[in-house]
Design a protein around this ligand. Sequence first.
Ligand SMILES: [Zn+2]
Length: 402
Amino acid sequence: MVEGLPKTEKVFYQDQYRREVEAVVLAANGRYVVLDRTVFYPQGGGQLGDRGKLVGDQEEEVVDTQEVKGVVVHVLERDTVLRVGQKVRASIDWERRYRLMRHHTGTHVVLAAAKRVLGEHVWQAGAEKTPEKGRLDITHYKTPTEEEVREIEELANFAVIDRRPVRSITMTRTEAESKFGVNIYEGGVPMTRDIRLLEIQDWDVEACGGTHVLNTGEIGSIKVVNVERIQDGVVRLEFVAGDQVSRYASSLEGTMKHIAELIGASEAQLVGRLRRRLEEERRTEDLLRKYREAYEEALVRGVSWTTVDGFRISILDELFDDELSKRVMRRLTERERTVAVQVGKERVQIATSRDVKVEPLIKKLVEVGGKGGGKGTMGIVSIRMEKEAVLKLLSEALRGSS
Ligand SMILES: [Zn+2]
């Protein structure tokens, strides 16, 4: 639909703070509208396209903005009722855009800070700016240490509170390259004759076509919230800026409160209380291990065996502790021709020494209504049965097997 249309007048470059503009519809087709001029920034350079509304005969919602061959296309939520030649008022969702501008300018600030801390080899491998956060992928051979990240953050915040003027300059590529070198191409080399440079005074110069704040002070504050190595030689830095910093702090605060509540301590006591809890837990675990060992010994030594045709069989009450149960059953069946059985309210567990097959024993219980199975040396059958009855039944099975 952009064929034959003139390039859109980009009012957002004349004034990045302009929130609305009167314009004339040049094309309107389905959900797409092209105007002669606009304040809507089209997605590009890692910055999301603007949202907002077009007001003609009625109000229409713009959900995205894209650019095709210099023509800015407003993408609406529904099919438009606008007609070519009609006048409209185009206004952007300013709150969202301002967040984008702060995160976008913040990306330049963080990148330059990362270069100062990590070294000149740091290069922008990718970036994305959303209203919620900024994401910057940089070339670096290893994950930055906590100290390096803190240093980047501090340096970036220094550039913010130092209120550095931010300026866009348009010049030819040749002129720009001779003045600033090829380091200006962070987001790839543009194919146009003229390029737009973003200069943060005494801080950084980069080629960039996005929308920025006019002074770093507007960023408010920068907090790095995530650092991860996403591939060999590429590190991702995610940060929040402006009012998102206090949102981030609130969400951390919420998590802290929740933890404090669960532990039953005030936030101030949290670390001390948690440390004590962990110590207690370690002591309890140690104690539990000792009790288990003592109980295991007592069980194994105190077990009574019934001898049936050269087999030995012992019947125990079901053990409620799985770990203990496994160890006891293993130990009781270490000797040849032994069978150890646990009888619970609703099931019978059987373990045998390696030379005794468990299947015939299970079969015997299944014949009287049990459900279950097993193979090798372990089996479980769901059945309600008294210990004496189980012993009698399994003794019969053993007698038959020898
Ligand atoms: Zn930029």
